[in-house]
Design a protein around this ligand. Structure first.
Ligand code: IFM
Length: 454
């Protein structure tokens, strides 16, 4: 069972409950109707890059099954669906739109409108067209301008209400995992690359915001960042400093330029060859006001001092882990939200992703994902706590609607509230989906009663 705390701000009928996916993780149809290759199609071909050797060619076949997937979303009773547009599906190499790709998203938007479900659309959830990577990808400043052009064309082409546009999802992952550590596409490794790629992603965000202000002035426009709040492994000054340093590199590096127009002071301490090339006007663009900030939270990170690097992640023992090996730490979500709220002048906040991969098994047609139910419950309580402490929280999206391609983990890790049988493409609601559906039905009934009483 999932329930909201008594008289919770999350029970307010204006608070948005949603469920999220992303294009590459669910769509499949990787060469259908003129879709071009993305960096993830190419990366999946690299031996050893994906744990189970899989790829996104079929995934959840959502490209063909989208109508039944939206019906499932409606059945859950959520207010909103967060999904992303595959850039290589809608743009051709010559810079023109691919009308068939556009029509796919147009159908989704029309159906969501018919179902009275708000669309939260992300323009970039990691599937960069490969032809742009061939020109240097996010290490090339021109990619930011290509993104603005794509954003301009697609937002003009898609008619109908998009409640919210996000420019990017988790630039931390695109920049660091993709260009510094090499564990995500395009798989580049180099200390000097991470922050250069990050700057061009943030620039793309800034340019994208200009486009959204012009083309979609009535939508809620913003950015989605991921955070793993940093804690010291011990109260020693060394470990405290290690946690602060990790926080600057991983969290503040993305939020501070967007809200305050400058990178953390750490910038000056980086070797010159690691620093991004910041041109006049960049920081003003990057820090243009947001209507909302999307916060993705899964777990905290604990750090110890390290002689060479200054910090090293450390996993506390005897804590509950998810199937990803990530610590279950709901308090981290409250701490994160309250700290961000205290430190920055923030716009409205939506938790745009929160969830867990668990060890799910289909037994007699049912999936008893008891750990995910507990995870969702305790994290909703954490959001409630932060809301009580004054954080302007306006919505919560569970990750993810259904099991899907979990990047370098392939299909081995299941984040869905709905189970996917990849052999048959059957969708089966797990206990968590049933629990969420029941909670949302109760919340709706309560809201209707309250309206009735007025
Ligand atoms: O599956 C991903 C998603 O694409 C981005 N945020 C984290 C999720 C879980 O790893």
């Amino acid at each position: 069972m999932i329930s909201l705390p008594h008289e919770s701000p999350l029970g307010d009928h204006n608070f948005i409950f949603g469920i999220a996916t992303s294009s590459f993780q669910i769509e499949g149809a990787s060469t259908t109707d003129g879709r071009l290759a993305s960096i993830w199609d190419q990366f999946c071909q690299k031996p050893g890059a994906i744990k189970d050797g899989s790829n996104g060619d079929i995934a959840c076949d959502h490209y063909h099954l989208w109508r039944q997937d939206l019906a499932l979303i409606a059945e859950l009773g959520v207010d909103s669906y967060r999904f992303s547009i595959a850039w290589p599906r809608v743009m051709l190499k010559n810079g023109e739109l691919n009308p068939v790709g556009v029509a796919f998203y147009q159908s989704i938007l029309s159906e969501l409108e018919r179902l009275n479900i708000k669309a939260f659309v992300t323009l970039y959830h990691w599937d960069l067209p490969q032809y742009l990577e061939d020109e240097g990808g996010w290490l090339n400043r021109n990619t930011a301008y290509a993104f603005a052009d794509y954003a301009d064309k697609i937002t003009q082409a898609l008619k109908g209400p998009v409640y919210s546009w996000a420019t990017l999802n988790e630039p931390f992952c695109s920049a660091y995992l993709g260009y510094q550590y090499g564990i995500h596409a395009p798989g580049l490794v180099g200390e000097a690359y991470g922050k250069k790629a990050a700057h061009h992603l943030l620039l793309a965000h800034g340019l994208g915001m200009q486009v959204l202000r012009k083309n979609c002035p009535n939508s809620l426009n913003g950015l989605v960042l991921n955070f793993a709040p940093c804690y010291p492994a011990s109260p020693s000054p060394e470990d405290e400093a290690a946690a602060r340093l990790a926080d600057d590199h991983n969290n503040q590096w993305f939020i501070q330029p967007v809200i305050e127009g400058c990178y953390p002071d750490l910038l000056a301490q980086l070797p010159i060859e690691h620093r991004p090339d910041i041109l006049p006007g960049d920081m003003e663009l990057i820090s243009a006001p947001l209507d909302f900030l999307g916060v993705n939270y899964y777990s905290r990170a604990v750090y110890k001092d390290h002689q060479e690097t200054g910090y090293q992640q450390w996993l506390p023992s005897q804590v509950e882990l998810t199937a990803m090996g990530w610590e279950v730490y709901p308090q981290g979500l409250t701490d994160l939200l309250v700290q961000l709220h205290q430190r920055y002048k923030l716009p409205d906040i939506y938790i745009t992703e929160n969830g867990a991969a668990t060890d799910d098994h289909l037994v007699d047609g049912q999936v008893n994902d008891e750990q995910r139910v507990r995870y969702l419950q305790t994290h909703l309580e954490a959001v409630h706590e932060a809301a009580l402490q004054g954080v302007p929280l306006k919505g919560y999206f569970a990750w993810s609607l259904m099991d899907n391609f979990e990047w370098a983990e392939g299909y081995l890790k299941r984040f869905g509230l709905v189970y996917v049988d990849y052999q048959t493409q059957q969708r089966i609601k797990k206990q968590s989906a049933i629990a969420l559906q029941q909670m949302l039905a109760g919340r709706k009934a309560l809201a209707q009663n309250q309206i009735g009483e007025i």
